[in-house]
Each structure stands twice: as structure tokens, then as C-alpha cells.
Design a binder for this molecule. Structure first.
Ligand code: 5GP
Ligand code: ZN
Length: 112
């Protein structure tokens, strides 16, 4: 499958990893929009939030259990934002589920 984040998960395309285990990978965004901008992905291909099913419950829970660990590792004790763009209106550009972790400054109050 021609998926950028599957290739990153497989190590075929390099990334700056900040966390990895058997189920998920977190790496720095190539075009950061905040001082800390990390992407958290499942290693298995899921196209977007729209494709999450009950079969992924443990995986999605695991992602959200690990996010605070990554935030602590990145010294985001003052807070951070977690975002997932889903589909065209949200501007999703990579069609492999990912959660942005944004922090390291006071973020915009605008959400949309
Ligand atoms: P989306 O717009 O789909 O929510 O987010 C995709 C993100 O992936 C963007 O923030 C973009 O900068 C990032 N990105 C795109 N290609 C690469 C890449 O090759 N490596 C890394 N580390 N990030 C990428
Ligand atoms: Zn993929």
C-alpha cells in the first residue's frame, strides 16, 4: 500500500522518533506548527478517525494512555493540544490515522 505513514512505521522512510512500542509510533512533524509538534500513529493502517471500529478499542485507548507519557518526556507540563484531522474539510493530508500533539507555547484560542 502506498501510504507515507505505513512506510514511516515500517522504517522505510526515516523519521525522528520520540516513542515506539509494538503498536504505535510517535515522531516529530516535518513541518512543525508549534515548538513541539509530534505525530502519534498506530502501526496498523487505519485511514482516519472515520475508520475506527470496536476492533481498535484497545489500540486507541493505548494511544491515549501513551500521549501523557510523551507529553511528560517533552516537558509539556504547562499543557498541550491533541488534534486529529479527519477528511477534506479538516484538511487531512495523510490518510493514515494520526494524532497531532502540539505544545511548547501558548496555543491559539482558535480551534477552527
Ligand atoms: P494532516 O494534515 O493529515 O492532519 O497532518 C499530516 C502531517 O504530516 C502534517 O502536519 C505534515 O507536516 C506531516 N508530514 C507530512 N509528510 C511528512 C513526513 O514525511 N515526515 C514527517 N515527519 N511528517 C510529515
Ligand atoms: Zn498507512
Amino acid at each position: 500500500m502506498d501510504c507515507l505513514f505505513c512506510k514511516i512505521a515500517a522504517g522505510e522512510i526515516p523519521s525522528t522518533k520520540v516513542y515506539e512500542d509494538d503498536q504505535i509510533l510517535a515522531f516529530r512533524d516535518i513541518a512543525p506548527q508549534a515548538p513541539t509538534h509530534i505525530l502519534v500513529i498506530p502501526k496498523v493502517h487505519i485511514a482516519s478517525v472515520n475508520e475506527i471500529t470496536g476492533a481498535h478499542s484497545a489500540l486507541i485507548a493505548h494511544i491515549f494512555e501513551v500521549i501523557p507519557t510523551i507529553a511528560a518526556q517533552e516537558q509539556l507540563e504547562n499543557g498541550y493540544r491533541v488534534v486529529s484531522n479527519c477528511g477534506a474539510d479538516a484538511g487531512q493530508t495523510v490518510h493514515h490515522l494520526h494524532f497531532h500533539i502540539l505544545g511548547g507555547k501558548t496555543l491559539s484560542t482558535e480551534m477552527a
